[in-house]
Design a binder for this molecule. Structure first.
Ligand code: ADP
Length: 374
């Protein structure tokens, strides 16, 4: 008996800040049919994320919730197709969801017939697929079948846009509108993935793409600077702060420079930000004198604006009209999406469109997952 097995119902994207898991679960509503000579398993795609610094929670989650399914012989080779896999709304999974002490033994993995499996392969992408390969092998007996990060990102987006209805949407002035994607007119587009850092990828087709730009001022910058400036402990706390803040307290607006009026000759309204954090130069205040809410709001605005502008410039450079934004930085947050959309709209004079994706944070993991089919 071959002791090599693919855990084909799990894929991982291990990034600088977060680990993303996509896994197939047949919990409760498992069914199987034969279609065109191959077995199709009906179930659900599930999504989970963990902070990379808490990788032990992720290991425990996999050991308890996922790994033991495969060795029970229950979900050994599910085939993902658009009809059999229902993409569920992303779930927040924290260490609280993991039941400690129920994770089985540490001494390796066994096939249902009792034979030891010494090679369990799992699709993995992101830098952590390299960095943590030894850890997964040691703790779970899993070997990584590594997928290229950009390839996975693009694969994930193409999969979503082609198979999941109501995946892409625009968000402007508080209005969310789903975009109907014409499969024959999908390419080219610009993919802007806002993770810890930002990658900008021009996509011309399935597996046809080029990373054309990026910026190190991304989600990691927002969270890192935010922690230093506001003393908050988590991303959620920082977002909550930003919710209640007013960026005009710290940002220097055109109106602050022009005595309250617009600079209409060049199309700048009095409320446009002339200089992010610029008021702090002359306010005579220390950091403690500002409300953390206002600091968080300015920071979120600064990062989102900057990414929106760089994205637009790259879209202009290559004549791309559609820009899809992904990555966990967005988190479906209205203020972030609105800022990015306004930046793209403003700079392109309405020519280019910012679009967002419902499964924005799991693009790479989904791409790695779908690569089991190749
Ligand atoms: P990476 O693959 O580089 O980890 P992600 O797409 O997972 O990138 O996005 C990471 C970014 O998402 C963080 O830098 C942060 O701005 C944001 N983020 C969203 N939710 C969280 C969270 N719960 N914990 C930490 N960062 C989060």
């Amino acid at each position: 008996m071959d002791s090599t097995q693919k855990i084909s119902h799990l894929a991982l994207d291990i990034g600088g800040t977060l680990i993303k898991l996509v896994y197939f679960s047949a919990n409760g509503d498992y069914s199987e049919e034969s279609r065109n000579g191959c077995s199709v398993v009906h179930g659900k795609l599930c999504f989970a994320k963990f902070e990379t610094r808490k990788i032990d929670d992720c290991l425990e989650f996999i050991r308890f919730n996922i790994l033991h399914h495969s060795v029970n012989g229950f979900l050994q080779h599910p085939i993902l197709d658009s009809k059999s896999a229902e993409v569920v709304t992303q779930t927040e999974t924290t260490s609280a969801d993991v039941e400690p002490g129920m994770g089985g033994n540490d001494s390796g993995v066994q096939h249902p017939n009792g034979e030891a499996l010494d090679k369990l392969y799992v699709k993995a992408t992101g830098g952590g697929a390299f960095k943590f390969a030894d850890l997964f092998k040691e703790k779970l007996g899993i070997l990584f079948d590594k997928e290229d990060e950009m390839h996975s990102l693009v694969g994930g987006v193409n999969f979503l846009l082609k198979t999941v209805p109501r995946e892409a949407f625009t968000y402007l002035d508080g209005q969310k509108e789903f975009v109907k994607i014409d499969h024959n007119d999908l390419y080219p587009y610009l993919l802007v993935n806002i993770g810890s850092g930002v990658s900008m990828i021009k996509v011309d087709g399935d597996g046809k793409y080029e990373r054309i730009s990026g910026t190190s001022l991304g989600g990691g910058t927002f969270l890192g600077l935010g922690k230093l400036l506001t003393k908050c402990k988590s991303f959620d706390e920082l977002l909550e702060l930003s919710h209640h803040g007013n960026n005009r307290v710290i940002d220097m607006l055109v109106g602050d420079i022009y005595g309250g009026t617009d600079y209409s000759k060049i199309g700048l309204s009095s409320t446009a930000i002339a200089s992010s954090f610029g008021k702090a130069i002359s306010d005579g205040k220390e950091l403690e004198d500002y409300q953390p809410e206002d600091v968080a709001r300015s920071l979120l605005r600064m990062i989102s604006n900057n990414i929106g502008q760089i994205a637009y410039l790259n879209a202009l450079r290559f004549g791309l009209k559609r820009i899809f934004f992904g990555g966990f930085f967005i988190r479906g947050l209205e203020y972030t999406m609105d800022t990015i959309s306004v930046a793209v709209h403003f700079w392109s004079r309405g020519e280019a469109k910012a679009m967002f994706l419902r499964h924005e944070g799991f693009l790479g993991a989904l791409g790695a997952f779908t690569s089991y089919n190749n």
